[in-house]
Design a protein around this ligand. Structure first.
Ligand code: UD1
Ligand code: UDP
Length: 379
């Protein structure tokens, strides 16, 4: 069987590591994987670093599409992906998550009748103003095999009219699988390596369980000056309480928008706060080290919310809703949007909380193995 895995953004490269590793270790006689990188993320610290560090085979095709408006970026990807698919004739296209690369791959593949395998299917924010919500709905509705990490994801698909049916599967009768989270596979697999190799905690002079880790990149936050200001002012306030250190690996989108929305004086003032350590995006092993050693995580990232949970850290979600509803339901995370008062209240809540529970929601860390078995059965 030949599959083409289509990736483009940072979290997809990381997710792909789990499947590529499993194919190479356990299915190399049965599955040949060709990796296509759309080039949606292209800075070395948003792309190349992950291939090197996580042992992912280099993509045999890089479309170098880079940043643009949604329409221009997605259209350029569709055109080039279609040409590759026609030339390569894979048995299926594997896509992850909900980025423009996911959408472009889905449109290109479905029109020329190549089955789509969607990993991270069924997740919904129920907020169609999010570009990711549109991308994931359109991808799910053109897929043949839908792998959902959570029960909530499976239920969302059933509520949208998908049916739980038996094989054989097709685009008109897709198969739905509850498989656990492929990111959990990675967090388990790479945490040991991170502990051995990452030096970021000592390099930054951090103390275990004393600092907060934060990330911000969601367009709803970065593109709205009032929201971005409120979030950074909340960071500023928290970091002035009891000399609380916050480490913030800054996404390039957020960096760009900080400079676009605010005066140099405001940005310099933020960056001169010694307790708010704004750093470049970090490698995955460094990110895991930061997550494992932090005491609390503030983020609008989907992946980082879950990793907080995997490493049993309370999470403050800087969004108005989450696809990972289980984290909130069990009390390990709180949704606060960009409201400064709510961010501060959630910080105080988790500072005082003990006995937080982190039940097993995301499987056993063998999602990639399960997915490969199903590909062989059903394609
Ligand atoms: C994309 C995904 C989002 C995902 C995120 C992961 C879409 C619609 N959004 O958002 O779902 O959570 O990736 O990080 O697909 N930039 C650089 N260097 C890079 C990449 C981006 O400087 O290597 C800057 C550019 O100014 C660009 C901006 O970041 O315009 C946004 O990049 P883009 O890929 O369009 O969206 P993300 O916000 O990264
Ligand atoms: N990540 C990383 N370095 C960073 C920030 C994030 O390796 O500086 C990892 C993080 O551990 C997670 C993934 O990137 O696995 C999440 O990606 P991101 O937040 O960009 O996107 P999202 O998950 O929201 O789509």
């Amino acid at each position: 069987m030949k599959i083409i895995t289509i990736i483009g953004a940072r979290p997809q490269i990381i997710k792909a590591a789990a499947l590529s590793r499993t194919i190479l270790n356990s299915f190399s006689n049965e599955i040949t994987e060709v990796i296509l990188h759309t080039g949606q993320h292209y800075d070395a610290n948003m792309s190349e670093v992950f291939f090197e560090e996580l042992g992912i085979p280099q993509p045999s095709i890089n479309l170098n599409i880079r940043s643009d408006s949604h329409g221009q970026q997605t259209a350029a990807m569709i055109e080039k992906i279609e040409a590759v698919l026609i030339a390569e004739q894979p048995d299926a296209v594997v896509v992850y998550g909900d980025t423009n690369s996911t959408l472009a791959a889905s449109i290109a593949a479905t029109k020329i009748h190549i089955p789509i395998v969607h990993i991270e299917a069924g997740l919904r924010s129920f907020n169609k103003k999010m570009p990711e919500e549109i991308n994931r709905i359109m991808c799910d509705h053109s897929s043949t095999l839908l792998f959902s990490p959570t029960k909530a994801g499976v239920n969302n698909l059933l509520a949208e009219g998908f049916e739980a049916t038996d094989a054989p599967y097709s685009i008109d009768k897709p198969g739905i699988f509850h498989c656990g989270d492929i990111m959990y596979d990675n967090s388990l697999y790479f945490s040991e390596l991170s502990t051995k190799k990452s030096t970021i905690i000592t390099d930054l002079g951090l103390t275990k369980d004393k600092f907060i880790l934060a990330t911000v990149h969601r367009n709803d936050n970065t593109d709205n000056p009032a929201k971005l200001r409120a979030i950074f002012e909340a960071f500023d306030t928290i970091s002035s309480i009891k000399d609380q250190i916050i480490v913030l690996p800054l996404h390039p989108r957020t960096k760009k928008m900080l400079h676009q929305h605010f005066s140099e004086a405001f940005v310099n003032d933020l960056l001169s706060n010694v307790n708010l350590k704004v750093i470049e995006p970090v490698s995955f092993l460094d990110m895991i080290a930061l997550e494992m050693n932090s005491k609390m995580i503030l983020t609008d990232s989907g992946g980082v919310q879950k990793e907080a949970f995997f490493f049993k850290k309370p999470c403050i979600i800087l969004r108005p809703e989450t696809e990972w509803v289980e984290l909130v339901d069990c009390g390990a995370a709180k949704i606060v949007g960009s409201d400064q008062q709510q961010i501060l209240a959630a910080y105080t809540h988790f500072e005082l909380a003990n006995n937080l529970e982190f039940p097993n929601i995301f499987g056993k860390g063998n999602a990639a193995q399960y997915i490969c078995e199903q590909l062989l059965k059903h394609l």
